[in-house]
Design a protein around this ligand. Structure first.
Ligand code: G3P
Ligand code: MG
Length: 247
């Protein structure tokens, strides 16, 4: 596995300011708007297939009153994840992880794969992600990054796929963050860029971690965080952030 080459800009759930989040349409939009990588959220269906969905419930993005963990792959794959969005796009159904990887290859996009398990499915979700990556991740794409709010997911990923770099996600840099990141062998930390303080950013950097910030959609804010040491800006609007950052 090649070393991690973290890009400066990562499209959040694709380019979710412009297209329905976590859909193939959103990844096409991210590419069009200059993102070299995308972030997306993966979780398991009731029959153990990985699909892209942020929430535990299908309601917000598909209008269906059901939980992902209680719905089959076949049923979820029929759902339109873009009806709520406004404009309609090609490929706005709920995608699975494998077809997402195929599109990333076609577009030449790298990936920050956020393991976002349904409650109680932390280990199996991380293991399933590693299994798919080992089987089909294209060798001509950059090494993918695994990230999660859940230490259990990161520990399971470390166990089954130690060759994939990991980031801990902390909403705030507080409490035993160093110990938690170290325990899962994280090489970096993603944190909420609207909450993090300059001294916390400095502490993360001086502890030797790469630092990503989410979800930054305003150019001046992105530039300020970059100047304070952020290595990666995760954004719904990659074109906006791209035009605000020098080089
Ligand atoms: O991975 C960064 C960011 O996506 C974490 O928060 O809630 O948007 O998945 P969320
Ligand atoms: Mg996410």
């Amino acid at each position: 596995m090649k070393p991690l080459e973290l890009p400066l800009i990562v499209g959040h759930r694709g380019a979710s300011a412009y297209a329905p989040e976590n859909t193939l349409a959103s990844f096409r939009e991210a590419k069009k708007r200059g993102a070299p990588w995308v972030e997306f959220d993966v979780k398991l269906t009731s029959d153990n297939r990985l699909v892209l969905m942020h929430d535990a419930s299908l309601k917000r993005t598909t209008g269906i009153e059901a939980m992902v963990a209680e719905t089959s792959y076949e049923a979820i794959r029929k759902l339109d994840a873009g009806l709520w969005f406004g404009p309609s796009f090609r490929d706005q159904r709920v995608p699975d992880f494998e077809e997402t990887i195929a599109l990333l290859r076609e577009l030449g996009l790298g990936a920050n794969i956020e393991i976002k398990p349904c409650p109680g499915r932390e280990e199996e979700t991380a293991q399933a992600v590693v299994e798919v990556l080992d089987r089909i991740w294209p060798s001509d794409l950059p090494t993918p990054l695994l990230s999660s709010f859940k230490d259990t997911c990161l520990a399971a990923a470390q166990q089954k796929g130690p060759h994939y770099p990991r980031f801990s996600i902390f909403e705030r840099i507080e409490g035993p963050w160093r110990e938690r990141a170290q325990a899962v062998g994280a090489v970096g930390i993603n944190t909420n860029g609207h909450k993090v303080k300059p001294e916390q950013m400095a502490a993360v950097k001086s502890a030797g971690y790469l630092l990503g910030v989410y979800t930054i959609n305003e150019g001046p804010k992105a530039a300020a965080l970059r100047a304070l040491g952020a290595d990666c800006i995760i954004t719904d609007a990659p074109d906006v952030v791209l035009s605000a950052l020098p080089g």
